[in-house]
Design a protein around this ligand. Structure first.
Ligand code: PXL
Length: 243
């Protein structure tokens, strides 16, 4: 299958487009790319960010979509103009699954999407998604809802999706010995539990969304694709250095 990653470059190679490409390759998929931003990252966190112009993003999108893609993963978008151009192209895409990781900030806390882009992200891009993959801080920020209990998280996911896309609520930012991810979809709520590993890795959200895109593009059913993508990330974390 041929997949498209729409994402920012992380110069460290530990997140963003670089992880998307490695994940697609691990799933035997071909990759087209749309670079939305270039970031410089190192031990000190995010050192510099340059968002690519909407015109250059649009040209990359048109080039990739003209050839045809079987699945699309969306990560860092940077600003409102990029959100708008990506949303407009993807709303017209038919037949290919679209996984949107609503990247708002880096693990260090540095903003990767400007505040003014949150409203267009919700209104224009999220409705075009097949699956949205927020972590808990993103779910809280995008909905204004509490995300303490499982019930809170399901309600917040339903308000984010408004009956359209499935929402995979990633539980990695919560506390506790058990890591719980919740898939809220039209068929109900699926729960995925893993013991929390005493390790942390960057780029887990990018790897999860990319693995999910690859599996959906191969025709796997939603719940199976999510389970497989989570297992892939669990293995990636197990291979990371202990915390
Ligand atoms: O993990 C979110 C993310 C996405 N894209 C880029 C990033 C990060 C986190 O640092 O740098 C480019």
């Amino acid at each position: 299958v041929r997949l498209l990653a729409i994402a920012g470059s992380d110069s460290s190679g530990r997140a963003g487009l670089q992880v998307d490409l490695a994940t697609f390759a691990a799933h035997g998929a071909e990759a087209a790319t749309v670079v939305t931003a270039v970031t410089a990252q190192g031990g000190g966190g995010v050192l510099a960010i340059e968002v690519i112009s909407a015109a250059t993003v649009a040209a990359q999108l048109d080039a990739a979509l003209d050839e045809g893609v079987d699945g699309v993963k969306v990560g860092m978008l940077g600003d409102a103009r990029v959100v708008e151009v990506v949303a407009r192209r993807l709303a017209a895409l038919r037949g290919a699954p679209i996984v949107v990781d609503p990247v708002l900030a880096a693990s260090s806390g540095m903003a990767l999407l400007e505040d003014a882009a949150i409203e267009p992200l919700r209104r224009l891009l999220l409705p075009a998604a097949t699956v949205i993959t927020p972590n808990l801080p993103e779910l809280a920020r995008l909905t204004g809802c509490a995300v303490e209990s499982d019930g809170d998280r399901v309600a917040a996911a339903r308000s984010l999706a408004a009956g359209g896309p499935a929402v995979l609520v990633k539980g990695g930012h919560a506390e506790g010995a058990l890591l719980v991810d919740l898939l809220v979809h039209t068929g109900g709520v699926a729960r995925f539990e893993h013991p929390r590993q005493a390790r942390s890795a960057r780029g887990t959200g990018c790897a999860l969304a990319s693995a999910l895109t690859a599996r959906l593009a191969r025709g796997e059913a939603l719940v199976d694709a999510v389970r497989g993508a989570i297992d892939h990330v669990q293995q990636r974390i197990a291979a990371a250095a202990p915390r």
